[in-house]
Write a protein that binds this ligand. Structure first.
Ligand code: GLN
Length: 202
């Protein structure tokens, strides 16, 4: 009704995982970036189409993949990625958008990003840890939380590496896809989510 405010709608895939944390983090980042953003939880076919960007949370990639197939959302997600909508894929989300997963695994990747991923790459002795990352585009270290984290073990030529822990790539971008092995939704620092919001301007 008569409102010409430009509100950007961002979806958070809400099949499993830390959904509410992403919703809050995106809302916080939007305030910091002085953007009007509406964040919606995506569960049903037809919703992705109405979002300008999408976040895939951490959780259990096997479960999320199964539910993507059962809900009919897998094809819509692929279409959104191919149409150029910004997609933030964190942890289990990163596993899902990859082209290849190391070793014989139970997860069938969606094949959206030209990366090869190792699941639980930091081993059981390092189930969860924090690290100060030098992230390309940020002018001071970013304290990142890793939980049973995957790592990117191979990247294609069109993938830009944004951060590493030791030799492992833990943040990367390929055009409209931003993939992170860690959990930016679990810390107060909203700079990573702001990088994602900036991708909406491109
Ligand atoms: N290791 C998990 C997986 O492969 C991801 C862990 C997480 O999202 N925190 O699904």
């Amino acid at each position: 009704m008569g409102s010409d405010r430009q509100v950007t709608r961002i979806g958070v895939l809400a099949l499993q995982g830390d959904v509410s944390e992403h919703v809050l983090a995106l809302q916080r980042a939007a305030v910091a970036a002085t953007m009007e953003v509406e964040v919606v939880e995506v569960r049903k076919p037809g919703q992705i189409e109405n979002c300008q960007a999408l976040a895939l949370p951490g959780g259990e990639s096997t479960t999320i993949r199964r539910q993507l197939d059962n809900s009919g959302l897998a094809e819509e997600l692929k279409a959104a990625a191919h149409s150029g909508k910004p997609i933030l894929a964190t942890c289990a989300g990163l596993v899902l958008v990859s082209k290849e997963i190391e070793g014989a695994g139970r997860v069938k990747p969606l094949g959206l990003m030209d990366i090869k991923v190792g699941r639980n790459a930091f081993g059981p002795q390092k189930e969860s840890f924090e690290a100060d990352l030098a992230v390309k585009g940020l002018d001071s270290p970013y304290r990142a939380v890793f939980i049973r984290a995957p790592a990117i073990v191979g990247v294609g030529g069109n993938v830009e590496v944004l951060a590493r822990v030791g030799g492992a790539v833990v943040a990367a971008r390929q055009k409209n896809l931003l993939a992170l092995a860690f959990h930016p939704e679990l810390t107060e620092d909203s700079r990573i989510h702001q990088i994602f919001l900036k991708m909406l301007e491109a």
